[in-house]
Design a protein around this ligand. Structure first.
Ligand SMILES: Cc1cc2nc3c(=O)[nH]c(=O)nc-3n(C[C@H](O)[C@H](O)[C@H](O)COP(=O)(O)O)c2cc1C
Length: 203
C-alpha cells in the first residue's frame, strides 16, 4: 500500500447551502477546460469557455454541457441542432480567457477552421481535440440549460489538457502540453466508441 498523508481530523467546516458555498464547493472540483462552439443561422461563429462538460453514455456516445440560459451560443446550438466541444490543451489558457470575456470579437483572437462534417468552429491552435455533436436533448435546470450531444466524430492529436480548479488554471503534468500543428486525426461516428485512429488531417 502507498504511504498517503493522513488528513488532520476536525478541520472541515460545515456551511449551509447558498451561492458562495456552492461556488466554493465547485472550486474544489478541478476539471478540464472546453470552448463550446456553434454557428448561428446567418453563419456567424459563436463560442464560450465551458467547464461543465462530462461523459453521459458510451453507446450511443453522448456528452453533456450546461450553458447559461441567456448564452447566445446556447441559442445557436438549439437553433441549428449541433455544436462542437473543443478540449483546450495546456497552451490554451489565453483562448479560455478570451472565450469567457464579454464584448470581444472572440474568433478574431484565435485560429480556427470548420470541422470536417458539420462545419463547426474548431480552435486549431488551442484545442488538442474537438468533438462534433448533434443536439439530442435539452433540459432547463435553474439558470442553465443542460444540452445532451450525440458525438458524431472527433479530431484528436497528442497534447496535455488545460485544467481549471481552485479558481485558477493549471497544466496536466508529465506530458508535453502544446501539440504540433497539422497532426490532428479525424475519427468518424461509427468508431467514436472504440479506440481506433482515423485518417490524418491538416490542422
Ligand atoms: C473556467 C471557466 C469555466 C466556465 N464554465 C462555464 C460553463 O460551464 N457554463 C457557462 O454557461 N458558462 C461558463 N463560464 C462562463 C462563460 O464562459 C462566460 O460567461 C462567457 O462570457 C459566456 O459567453 P456568452 O454570453 O457568449 O454565452 C465559464 C467561465 C470560465 C472562466
Amino acid at each position: 500500500m502507498t504511504d498517503m498523508p493522513a488528513q488532520e481530523p476536525g478541520h472541515a467546516a460545515w456551511s449551509a447551502g447558498g451561492d458562495a458555498t456552492f461556488r466554493e464547493l465547485m472550486s474544489l472540483f478541478p476539471s478540464g477546460v472546453t470552448v463550446v462552439t456553434a454557428i448561428d443561422r446567418t453563419g456567424v461563429p459563436l463560442g464560450l469557455t465551458c467547464t461543465s462538460m462530462c461523459s453521459v453514455s458510451l453507446s450511443p456516445p453522448m456528452l453533456l454541457t450546461c450553458l447559461h440560459h441567456r448564452s447566445s451560443t446556447l441559442h445557436a446550438m438549439l437553433e441549428r441542432g449541433s455544436f462542437a466541444v473543443n478540449l483546450l490543451h495546456s497552451g490554451g489558457q489565453a483562448a479560455a480567457e478570451v472565450f469567457a470575456t464579454a464584448d470581444l470579437d472572440r474568433f478574431a483572437a484565435v485560429r480556427w477552421q470548420p470541422t470536417p462534417v458539420r462545419g463547426l468552429p474548431w480552435l486549431t491552435t488551442d484545442a488538442h481535440a474537438v468533438a462534433e455533436c448533434e443536439v439530442a436533448e435539452a433540459k432547463a435546470a435553474g439558470d442553465h440549460v443542460v444540452v445532451f450531444g450525440h458525438v458524431d466524430g472527433v479530431l484528436t492529436r497528442p497534447g496535455s489538457p488545460l485544467l481549471y480548479g481552485l479558481r485558477s488554471y493549471a497544466a496536466w503534468t508529465g506530458r508535453d502540453g502544446t501539440p504540433t500543428e497539422g497532426t490532428a486525426e479525424w475519427t468518424p461516428a461509427s468508431t467514436v466508441s472504440s479506440s481506433s485512429a482515423g485518417a490524418p488531417l491538416a490542422g
